[in-house]
Design a protein around this ligand. Structure first.
Ligand SMILES: Cc1cc2nc3c(=O)[nH]c(=O)nc-3n(C[C@H](O)[C@H](O)[C@H](O)COP(=O)(O)O)c2cc1C
Ligand code: SF4
Ligand code: SF4
Length: 464
């Protein structure tokens, strides 16, 4: 039976699933309900200075029949009295001593930081999360992402916090920065015990075409907000990976961004996160999603033979390379399963207009045909095909040769001009421009043999 419990930088939790600091952790009522449902931890809605919120506050991006693939808010930190929040943290801890309660904090001066850190610790918080990520409202007041974007300021504040912290300190990073590892390094230099990422991405989710105002609308006007939900997962994963791979960061990572089910969580973990946090999915579907998350994770661990969460942390990192380290001899082409094909021809249109004219339509059938010689193996057709596993990408090289751009560069075997025999696109066949206007253009492009193996091996490199 896999063990889901974690010890994240000293914060213990029965499973790696924490609610992120946000409306679902606004009160003791919600956090107790969440723990009762199975969540392992909760990062309390950020405590700090007094604020006033606006109405409305949220905007959404719907895509076809799917609601809220992206979510946007212009909400500030907790507007509840600090004393109420602290009292409720204490109450939750008494009732759930083995669950993780982390106080998220955001204030300004050194004295304020000392005071709120001490108060949170006295209330029984297992850890602190410093909110250096909020990209609206608070940053105009010199807090939130305004700190996360200034590594020197961030380091100084972490140092202030570490002067009085007696529980683990997590620094929550903003993605609104070109290199996420800079604030991550500053957090480490300041003495933080862990980092969490990502907070929300500065955004405008849409504009009302009648009121000429961005969403969400506040009395006919709006402002940029913070973007989150399933749409931001790819950005979050990349940033988690960047921090996990950086040799100078070396801190436990709590992965946040677009986590909706156990698979999303596992992806964050495989790229280096050792706990995960969820906001939008809990706001959209409620606390009950935790049941599928824990059972799915447990099942996955059993299948893969992982005993603990630690066994999985960062398992995908060795396979995340720089482009120049990828094997130039690996070759795939598309293959259509005629039995599964429904003849929609979306693949044909995509390849014809958006890729490499490597799919042919033949008389008497709606099932397209791949022109193997033209297919560069870009994946586009398999991505647009609406039928699961109808188009698969099949390996065509024999797997015996391995050579990277880096190796070729070191061997002095890279093309220096377009006419160079070693240049990649040299043997790619494309139709003559005028063929686009021909009567038969929707029928068949002949397909012309091109050299299948476009990358001649470097004689100096021995295949692996
Ligand atoms: C309405 C709303 C309010 C939020 N408030 C806070 C906050 O007070 N403190 C904080 O650190 N993050 C806050 N966040 C950011 C979330 O904690 C989280 O970092 C972000 O939503 C990404 O996770 P998700 O894709 O699971 O939503 C808020 C997010 C939303 C949607
Ligand atoms: S997209 Fe898929 S289902 Fe549609 S024609 Fe192409 S192979 Fe067939
Ligand atoms: S993989 Fe790319 S090039 Fe090959 S058939 Fe599909 S879309 Fe065309």
């Amino acid at each position: 039976m896999p063990d889901l419990s974690i010890n994240f930088a000293g914060i213990k939790s029965p499973n790696p699933f924490w609610l992120a600091s946000a409306p679902p952790t606004n009160s003791g009522y919600q956090v107790m309900k969440a723990f009762d449902a199975g969540w392992g931890g909760a990062v309390w809605k950020t405590l700090g200075v007094p604020v006033v919120n606006v109405s409305s506050r949220y905007g959404g991006v719907n895509y076809r029949d799917k609601r809220l693939i992206g979510f946007n808010n212009i909400e500030l930190i907790s507007d509840r009295p600090l004393s109420d929040n602290l009292r409720e943290i204490e109450e939750v801890k008494k009732r759930f001593p083995h669950h993780a309660v982390i106080a998220s904090l955001m204030v300004q001066s050194r004295q304020e930081w000392h005071d709120i850190v001490r108060a949170s610790q006295d209330a029984g918080a297992d850890g602190l999360e410093l909110n250096f990520g909020c990209p609206h409202g608070m940053c105009e007041r010199g807090m939130g992402s305004a700190v996360g974007q200034e590594p020197n300021v961030l380091r100084t504040i972490v140092e202030w916090v570490m002067e009085v912290a007696t529980v683990p300190v997590i620094v929550k990073l903003t993605p609104n920065i070109s290199d996420i590892t800079e604030p991550a390094l500053a957090a480490r230099q300041g003495g933080a015990n862990a980092i969490s990422l990502i907070n929300t991405i500065q955004s405008i989710v849409g504009v009302d075409l009648d009121q000429f105002s961005p969403y969400p609308i506040v009395d006919g006007q709006g402002t940029n907000g913070g973007y989150c939900g399933p749409a931001v997962k790819p950005i979050a994963l990349n940033m988690v990976k960047n921090c996990a791979q950086h040799p100078g960061v070396q801190l436990p990572i709590s992965g946040i961004g677009g986590i909706e089910n156990w698979r999303d969580a596992v992806e964050h973990i495989l790229l280096g996160a050792s706990s995960v946090q969820v906001c939008t999915a809990a706001m959209h579907f409620g606390f009950g999603i935790i049941r599928e998350m824990t059972s799915g994770l447990e099942q996955y661990m059993r299948e893969k033979g992982f005993q603990t969460i630690n066994d999985m942390v960062g398992r995908a990192l060795p396979n995340v390379k720089h482009w120049e380290e990828l094997n130039l001899h690996y070759k795939v082409t598309a293959s259509i399963n005629e039995q599964k094909c429904i003849g929609c021809q979306l693949c044909y249109t995509a390849c014809e207009d958006g890729a490499h004219q490597a799919i042919r339509l033949n008389e008497g059938t709606r099932v397209p045909e791949i022109i193997d010689e033209n297919c560069v193996g870009c994946n586009l057709c398999s991505l647009v095909c609406p039928v699961e596993e109808c188009i698969t990408m099949e390996r065509r090289d024999d797997g015996t040769r391995h050579e990277t751009w880096q190796q070729r560069t070191l061997a002095g075997n890279i093309p220096s001009e377009f006419e160079d025999e070693r240049a990649g696109g040299r043997h790619h066949w494309v139709p003559e421009p005028a063929a686009a206007l021909g009567k038969e253009k929707h029928k068949t492009l002949p397909g012309k043999a091109r050299q299948f193996e476009t990358v001649p091996a470097s004689p100096q490199i021995v295949s692996e």
